[in-house]
Design a protein around this ligand. Structure first.
Ligand code: PMP
Length: 440
């Protein structure tokens, strides 16, 4: 199609629904951290780890090579067969998996994070022979009806029915503690609440799983202050015979500065889900890693679950390439280093900009929470939207936490191989945008 930007946008408006808002820009190319529009304008993409899968950077040559090679040989295979890239990726994931999953997990492959979490739930329910699940406020686990019912953000609850027996408890969000307490004097009341929920708030002994993001990506990068939180919830899950699922769809594969955020927080799940970046920006692939020793043999190949496109040789070949790149280019280490640099610079900016309420890491999973006033902590919703828009007009795309709870966190999640120069460009742009936006 040889069309102008105007014609494409017109056709797009007529024939495509974007599902969740739109930016009037026609993207034609991506290289590293840069995307280019049809007019040749370049944007530094600092969202790619969130709504896009590109932690290794757009069109990484090794991913492109893997796609070409695999497409020429075998792009799709019936799930019932074994295929070589799928077996290789499962083995590789088992060899790098965190905690007790290391060398002791089986993987179910699908194409997206929502599917990976659906599978995690099904395994937990069939294994435990229970039908309920617990998650936390502000969480995001996917867009299918079951995973939406796990979400703890108000927008996910507007028009859809909620699954019966899916409950949310307060999250670890020290900046706005549900219990009005302060760490370290709080004795992790948010973690301990899980036990009350399991004993009193849910169907008696009917909860199969507790699912958690270590860092709540969509919700605005909130996370527990120390690994102690994860130790407490792990103990409660064991005591109450509940499986512990960690959703690493956003946090996994290097973003926190470790291969897994479970490594960073010393968390020990029974099931781990990942997706997005696993494809290296090639063909979609997502994964549910399940502790082998927990799954009864009658459940193993019998969850009556299939995603036709899941575990395709093409997606899995991209996954293997992505893992090679993460290892060879030491991307987790680079994320830690660039993340430290950016967070330090942001802390300097905190002194200049009263709009900044809190800066949260870790690694390249940075959240900058904006408030109208540091004492009242009233969320700076309009301000955050305006900062995001002004930055975009200046050539840098940042993310924004989901509204309405809360849409006031600027999210910075660039490719993990962002250069120092690009990091400075992003932060200088944010600095300029913050200077232009006053609290309203
Ligand atoms: N879990 C988390 C933590 C996510 O951030 C997302 C996507 N934003 C999902 C699950 C769903 O993944 P997908 O959009 O690939 O289905």
């Amino acid at each position: 199609m040889d069309l102008s930007e105007e014609e494409i946008l017109k056709s797009d408006a007529r024939y495509v629904t974007h599902g969740i808002g739109k930016i009037p820009m026609v993207v034609v190319e991506g290289k590293g951290a840069i995307i280019k529009d049809i007019k040749g304008n370049e944007i530094l993409d600092c969202v790619s780890g969130t709504s896009g899968p590109v932690s290794v950077g757009y069109t990484h040559p090794r991913v492109v090579e893997a796609v070409k090679k695999q497409v020429e040989q075998l792009s799709h295979s019936l799930a019932l067969f074994a295929n070589i890239p799928r077996t290789e990726l499962a083995e590789r994931l088992a060899s790098i998996a965190p905690s007790r999953l290391r060398g002791n997990c089986v993987t179910y492959f699908s194409t997206g994070g929502s599917e990976a979490n659906e599978v995690a739930l099904k395994f937990a329910m069939l294994t435990k022979k229970k039908a309920e699940a617990v998650s936390v406020f502000y969480s995001y686990h996917g867009g299918t009806l079951a995973t939406l019912s796990l979400c703890g953000q108000s927008w996910t609850k507007l028009q859809y029915p909620r699954f019966p027996g899916f409950y949310q408890i307060p999250n670890a969000y020290c900046y706005r503690c549900t219990f009005g307490k302060e760490y370290p004097g709080c004795d992790f009341e948010c973690a301990r609440y899980l036990e009350y929920q399991l004993k009193l708030g849910s169907g008696e002994k009917n909860v199969a799983a507790f699912i958690l993001e270590t860092v709540q990506g969509n919700g605005g990068h909130m996370h527990p202050p120390t690994p102690e939180y994860f130790k407490i919830v792990r103990e409660i899950c064991d005591k109450q015979d509940v499986l512990f699922i960690i959703d690493e769809v956003q946090t996994g594969l290097g973003r926190t500065g470790e291969m897994w955020s479970c490594d960073y927080f010393k968390a020990d799940p029974d099931i781990l889900t990942c997706g997005k970046t696993l494809s290296g920006g090639g063909s979609p692939v997502a994964a549910t890693l399940i502790r082998s020793d927990l799954v009864p043999s009658e459940v193993m190949d019998n969850i009556w679950h299939i995603f036709s496109m899941g575990g395709s040789p093409l997606g899995c070949a991209c996954g293997v390439a992505a893992l090679d790149i993460l290892r060879d280019e030491k991307l987790p280490e680079r994320a830690a280093e660039t993340g430290r640099y950016m967070t330090k610079r942001l802390e300097e900016m905190y002194k200049e900009h009263p709009l900044i309420g809190e800066i949260r890491g870790p690694g390249l999973l940075i959240g900058v929470e904006l408030v109208k006033d540091r004492r009242s902590k009233e969320p700076g919703l309009e301000e955050a939207m305006s900062v995001q828009m002004k930055s975009f007009q200046k050539g840098v795309l940042f993310g924004l936490s989901a509204k309405p709870g809360y849409g006031n966190v600027i999210k910075i999640k660039p490719p993990l191989n962002l250069t120092k120069e690009q990091a400075d460009t992003a932060l200088n742009t944010l600095d300029d945008a913050l200077k232009e936006v006053k609290a309203v």
